[in-house]
Design a protein around this ligand. Sequence first.
Ligand code: SF4
Length: 301
Amino acid sequence: MPITCYLLSPRGYCSGVTRAVNMANQVLKLYGSFYVTEDVIHNKVFVKQLEQQGMTKVESIDDIPDGATVLFSAHGVSPRVVDRAEKKGLTVIDATCPIVKSIQNEVKLASEQGKKIIIIGHKSHAEIVALMGCANNTKFYVVYNEIDIDLLPDFSDDEVVYFTQTTLDYSMVERIVTKLTEKFPKIKSGSKNNVCYATRERQDVVRRVAKQIDLLLVIGSSHSSNAKRLIEVALDSGVKKAILIESKDDLDVDELLNVNSMAITSAASTPEGLVQDLVVYLREKFDIVTKEFSFHDDTKR
Ligand code: SF4
């Protein structure tokens, strides 16, 4: 019996990543080289290609030579970093995703209005570090789970707004927001972009296919938040095995023993070429039949 292999759609590059990738390629064409303080996108294969073509990653803006070009990643940077780059006279190319940019502006405004700000996300993720930098006029808190919420001081009399990292599991965010609302009954969402449409769509199609598969392969980098969330969503939705691989080279073919039906998806920062390479590789090794499986819920746009 051949293995049925569903190719999920949507998968791979979201609009923000496509834009950042195009900007990085254009900057290389125009200037021949550029510097970053954060990976342009969270994909090791793509970042390695950029390094070979002229991109250099440094610790801080101060490490960039005068007169050079700096490119800010799709995740955005704190306003302080932008200031430092401009004061240093660097050529600044800002590849921050427009959705992230709009959330940054909403955080800035809420901060200027003196609202208490709660950000749901990973403290060390570049997007959250940048958001924290936008909230420096007021007190803000970062939470990721219910324990973090329990530890928050009680400021329920204040105006409180929450924002989320754009790449979280949105059903997990709903649970966190419910818990936040118990503690801060007047809390409001600070943005309509909490968990962005691209993240939701990629998670939705995994939930849809879950009952039909024994295995999900997610192609993405181990430091990609949305890649890791796809694994969690699959396991949460009843898929027995979900594996994150950087590329076909990471796949242990024994994982496909006793698999009758599987699916492949990729993170919002994964180049489509890596998916196609995997499909070719699987066809060489196994008797597989590929089928497209797509699910679009326009109400989430
Ligand atoms: S996941 Fe969403 S917010 Fe993040 S870069 Fe992609 S489109 Fe922008």
